[in-house]
Design a protein around this ligand. Structure first.
Ligand code: G6P
Length: 611
């Protein structure tokens, strides 16, 4: 949450900053601002989207500014106001024309604010960030780098910051602890951003700043040091994706683009990892831990949001294919319980961004208690990926839409591959795995077939789109899919939806069902098919409208459901990969039909870097 971008070079800074902010808008979008060295410090900020800021900045003469910082905000401390938007400046008694942008939370800001207030500082916002700006100003003795280091030695919490100062107009100082920050290295220029999407248009050479590290950037030089001023070397790497991957192309929304990318992203996810001939799954990243995994007593998977739903599918897969006791948990609950973790426990952190604060903290907690800590993460080099002992990347490409889609199917697929990887080392025969891998390889084509029914799903959705309460029901491996379907609908169309195991409906929620209430059943042919038909009958007899996701060729279901979204037949364990697709499309079409901002739903941020 909150996106930051900063530039120092020879080009006008404003277009670089605005373009970067638009790319990072998915991280937060309640207000935005930029700060420039433009014959002194100039700040321009505004409540609303980046385009509002853009209009405001257009009225200014900024063509000569080649150093600047930009921020898009998702409010934590302080409401959504111009005053609380970033950048913040030091001003007060010790004003040095210092401006800062910040992603994260300064936890001890109240005590620092008290100390500074006693020294005569006055504050013009309610933010923790302004306190840090003032602290840097208070400690400034002619070196911005040293003042930033000194200030960061006093703070606790999380930060990715970029700082500029009137006294040193050709210097940009950035630092990081906990929140993501990447430095792109161009020719005589540096572009710093929360993630590589704002960098890749300018350069493919970049490094991720390590925790507690500060980088001092001028057009000609780069110095990285710890907050205690010990010099460190930055590990520069090549960014792995192309600009085209983060462009909308011919799609109206990123979410739709990403839903339709799934046949390709699933193929990329499997590429080079399945060997049907030998019946083996090749997961190079975890190879050295294969024995520990095979001998594990228990596997605990955690994540938040959609990633948690993937963990729930993972539990079924691990138990069924690998025959290991498996659990799933909200990372936020796991970390604050007193979880039982020992040397026989393997934990798996599941995350698209690799930056979710609770998932990262849960991982650290589990590691400290002796578990082998693995990660199933999409973003290469992200905080979670760096914190794990080993892991498997999803390789589904950048996901920009706030509602996660292709990351979910990537996570489920990776967990399925991992379950086979472990299962083959325990109970599964080569023949079983070989056959299963063939089925897996056919999934992208089957997903494609479901995507081709998008228009029919739109037509059916239109019939119910005015209804404000929906239920999503599934059993077994499709229960997490029901949860995911409900989450997608809530997130982007603001319709109240609940997902639950179909059998649970009778224990209370059935009281909600009245005439015409849409109830979506994931009712594919599998071991629980007959049971779910019983649940459908219960809903029908109370006047609910049944919408079913069912297996192609199932004629009976047409007689008990108002609308049916058919999916091809696949092995039960892999069904979530196809059954989730109609539900993603249903949520997408519902949001468009209700006129909602699909890619930037209200109050949400894609990367939740606060607890
Ligand atoms: C936020 C996003 C969700 C995502 C969740 C976990 O809530 O809006 O789409 O599923 O965070 O994110 P992660 O990056 O850890 O998968």
């Amino acid at each position: 949450m909150c996106g930051i971008v900063a530039y120092i070079g020879r080009k006008p800074a404003v277009p670089v900053l605005l373009e970067g902010l638009k790319r990072l808008e998915y991280r937060g979008y309640d207000s935005a601002g930029i700060g420039l060295m433009n014959g002194g410090l100039k700040i321009c900020k505004s409540v609303g989207r980046v385009r509002v800021l853009e209009e405001k900045v257009a009225a200014l003469d900024t063509a000569h500014a080649t150093v600047g910082i930009g921020h898009t905000r998702w409010a934590t401390h302080g409401g959504v106001t111009d005053a609380n938007a970033h950048p913040h400046r030091d001003d007060g008694t010790a004003g040095h024309g210092i401006a800062i942008i910040h992603n994260g939370i300064i936890e001890n800001y109240a005590s620092i604010k008290k100390y500074l207030t006693e020294k005569g500082h006055t504050f013009s916002s309610e933010t923790d960030t302004e306190v840090l700006a003032h602290l840097i100003g208070e400690l400034y003795r002619g070196s911005l780098e040293k003042a930033v280091q000194a200030a960061l030695r006093e703070v606790t919490g999380a930060y990715a910051i970029a700082v500029i100062c009137e006294g040193e107009p050709d210097t940009l100082v950035v630092a990081r602890k906990g929140s993501p920050l990447m430095v792109g290295i161009g020719n005589g220029e540096y572009i710093v951003a929360s993630d590589s999407s704002a960098i890749v248009a300018h350069t493919t050479q970049a490094f991720t700043l390590a925790d507690f590290t500060v980088a001092k950037l001028t057009r000609e030089s780069l110095r990285t040091s710890t907050i205690d001023d010990v010099e460190v070397t930055a590990e520069v790497r090549e960014l792995e994706f192309e600009l085209a991957e983060i462009e909308l192309g011919s799609y109206e929304h990123y979410m739709l683009k990403e839903i339709f990318e799934q046949p390709r992203s699933l193929r990329t996810c499997m590429q080079g990892r399945l060997d049907e001939r030998t019946g083996s799954v090749v997961l190079g990243g975890i190879a050295e831990h294969a024995r520990t995994l095979a001998n594990a007593k228990r596997i605990v998977m955690f994540g938040q949001g959609t990633a948690l739903h993937a963990c729930m599918v993972g539990k079924y897969l691990m138990e069924d294919l690998a025959k290991i006791a498996a659990e799933h948990d909200f990372a936020s609950e796991f970390r604050y319980r007193n979880p039982i973790v020992d040397f026989g426990t393997v934990v798996i952190a599941v995350s698209q961004s690799g930056e979710t604060a609770d998932t990262l903290a849960a991982l650290q907690e589990a590691k400290q208690r002796g578990a082998l800590a693995l990660g199933m993460v999409n973003v290469v080099g992200s905080s979670i990926a760096r914190e794990t002992d080993a892991g498997v990347y999803l390789r589904v490409g950048p996901e920009i839409g706030v509602a996660s889609t292709k990351a979910f199917t990537g996570q489920v697929l990776v967990l399925a591959m991992l379950s086979l990887y472990v299962g083959r080392r325990r109970y599964l025969s080569q023949e079983f795995v070989s056959n299963f891998l063939s089925e897996m390889k056919a999934i992208p084509e089957k997903v494609q077939q479901v995507l081709e029914t998008s228009e029919a799903i739109r037509t059916a959705t239109a019939k119910y789109v005015e209804r404000e309460n929906w239920l999503f029901l599934g059993r077994g491996v499709n229960y997490p899919v029901a949860l995911e379907g409900a989450l997608k609908l809530k997130e982007i169309s603001y319709i109240h939806a609940e997902g639950m195991p179909a059998a649970e409906m009778k224990h209370g929620p059935i009281a909600l069902i009245d005439k015409g209430m849409p109830v979506v059943f994931v009712a594919t042919k599998n071991s629980q098919y007959e049971k779910i038909l019983g649940n459908i009958a219960e809903v029908r007899s109370r006047g609910g409208h049944v919408i079913a996701v069912a297996t192609e060729g199932d004629d009976y279901i047409k007689t008990v459901a108002e609308d049916v979204f058919f999916v091809p037949d696949v092995p039960e364990q892999l069904q979530p990969l196809v059954t989730v697709i109609p539900l993603q499309l249903l949520a997408y079409h519902a949001a468009v039909l209700r006129g909602k901002d699909v890619d930037k739903p209200r109050n949400l941020a894609k990367s939740v870097t606060v607890e």
